[in-house]
Design a protein around this ligand. Sequence first.
Ligand SMILES: O=C(O)c1cc(=O)[nH]c(=O)n1[C@@H]1O[C@H](COP(=O)(O)O)[C@@H](O)[C@H]1O
Length: 307
Amino acid sequence: MINKLIQNIQKTNAPIVVGLDPMLNYIPPHIQKRAFAEFGETLEGAAEAIWQYNKEIVDAVYDLIPAVKPQIAMYEQFGIEGLKAFQKTVNYCKEKNLVVIGDIKRGDIGSTSEAYAVGHLGKVQVGSKRYSCFDEDFVTVNPYLGSDGIKPFVDVCKEEKKGLFILVKTSNQSSGEFQDRLIDGKPLYEHVGEKVAKWGEDCMGDSYSYIGAVVGATYPKMGEILRKIMPKSFILVPGYGAQGGKAEDLKPYFNEDGLGAIINSSRGIIAAYKQEAYKHFGETAFADASRQAVLDMIADINQAIGR
Ligand SMILES: O=C(O)c1cc(=O)[nH]c(=O)n1[C@@H]1O[C@H](COP(=O)(O)O)[C@@H](O)[C@H]1O
């Protein structure tokens, strides 16, 4: 799957990923009204609104981008109905040839991680049959439990030719509370970066490992260091746009081959129609606003990294 991600990036010339994080208050009123008219103000109604919103955005941008990143909490908050919308979104994006990064941020003791890995990347055994469930291409994983919590994910990736993005240095304000703590003279995120590089060594695609890392756009100096610590790992970079990450800071996240990083924007794309620059599209043309925001993001990043 890492090879497909790279092919898609090269085909679109767009090292970006659109985050599908559909909060109800981003969904234009006409879509909510239609969904509520059919299902009432219910969890089903909310899930239908999410699905219709996502579908229209994906239809408007899929030809411009290599990948999407649905964030599962935004669906899970609506219970089973929300998870059905998550599943429908994953399936639809795959039909559109997009690489799907399930942002699930899981990680537990080995046996439990195995169940997460099977449910999201692998196949679950039922009697003599095996079923794919959520079936994303990559998932995000939290490494706090250490190697035995990561190994089941890596094993399923090897079997299924899928991949991981492991949290190394997150984009949020408090990420330094633990991640920047010095251990043996080195910050914790560097120790985790070294582990990611190690875990990825025997998981190579054609040019990059399918064991990648997450490093926030909001900490570019650390991004530069981590790029060198994990030369073969793809870096998923959230925090551009809504969280203040700037394109001009992102060059160090890339390798000399112009690859190695993929920049995420969620609210900045899916709720573009609410921003001053795109307000003229209006609520009903929200997906056109998202398309324009994607075009602007690609130009912004390519210019900054000299692509
Ligand atoms: O793993 C992630 O994707 C992630 C890691 C991180 O360090 N920071 C971060 O913002 N994210 C996710 O990236 C997305 C950022 O959304 P926007 O700030 O709206 O672009 C959300 O889905 C976050 O959950």
